[in-house]
Design a protein around this ligand. Sequence first.
Ligand SMILES: *Cc1c(COP(=O)(O)O)cnc(C)c1O
Length: 380
Amino acid sequence: MTETRIWLSPPDVGELERKLLLEAFDSNWVAPVGPDLDAFEAQVAEIVGVRHAVALSSGTAALHLALVAAGVRRGDTVLVPSFTFAATANAVMYLGARPVFLDSTTASWNVDPALVVEELKRRCAKGRPPRAVIAVDMYGQCADYGPLVDACDRYGVALIEDAAEALGASYAGKPAGSFGLAGVLSFNGNKIITTGGGGMLVTDDDGVARRARHLSTQAREPFPHYEHRSVGYNYRLSNLLAAVGRGQLQRLDSMIAARRETGHFYRAALGDLPGVTFMPIAEYGRANYWLTCLLIDPERFGASRDRVLERLAAHAIEARPTWKPMHLQPVFRDCVMRGGDVCADLFRRGLCLPSGSALTEHDRERVATAVRAVAAEANA
Ligand SMILES: *Cc1c(COP(=O)(O)O)cnc(C)c1O
């Protein structure tokens, strides 16, 4: 019997998105400007609770422009969590700056605030502060912004929030994306909402928003002819894709509720297995449960993380290892790393389970049954 494939986090789009997309198409706003783009930006700004949102072609583009706005230049250093997706560190490299990688805390898997404080202190004492700190909201859970914001304020260093995975999450009641100088969202196909590729820079700072908007449209000066005073980029989101995003936003709450329910389901269905521990959800905020991730202790579970992945694949279930830390990536081999045991262990033992918002009850039963079967086999 062939089973239908269960994906990790596939796009969840339907009639509403289709209708809005076709309306935009038929209105002939087939350009990176238009009423859907304006409306999409206004709606995201409201959800994130900030004054400005600039829709861009990707989350990576938003990270790039946020770093430009923070003044990052060639030769600068930027503090970056090692446990993240490569885009976070790549954006630093685009500017000829150097990431300094920091380890995670086991409390939330996000960057360890104590390491950020220590590194800021050390570098500022030497008169060489980093130009910026990037915090990442891993798997839809905010980093610990209390100590992070305090430390960045104290040392006068810009904080950038990579909330690519965290739209709809919050920290102490404040929405993800609203911390620091600028926040970054992604609308890639696997994220909480998708435009089939896209991102946004969100900020309360008028200057940062103006600069990002200007640079994202080739840095054209307001002249009748083409006049340029800085190097620009072609980073604007298309109005057509913004129409899809507007549809997704109407369903944001229910899509997050579905992912949260899946997270609770897996915890109830698998939490009793020996050697299984789920990503801790910190008391300080509300996660959006983008992906449900767990750790497998091979001794107690009776099988390795890779064995579980293999068995799930055999049942046509797409699961993935957690992010491979940046300090273990060949491309970043020469970068400085502070600590590293925590995120190396999260990578060695970590597993992300199918968590899409359109996952059915039957699908998640299939996933849980397959995981339990590996444990049963190992202990037979
Ligand atoms: C997805 C992601 C990005 C990049 O977003 P794109 O829209 O794919 O460019 C950046 N950071 C993190 C943590 C992500 O998960």
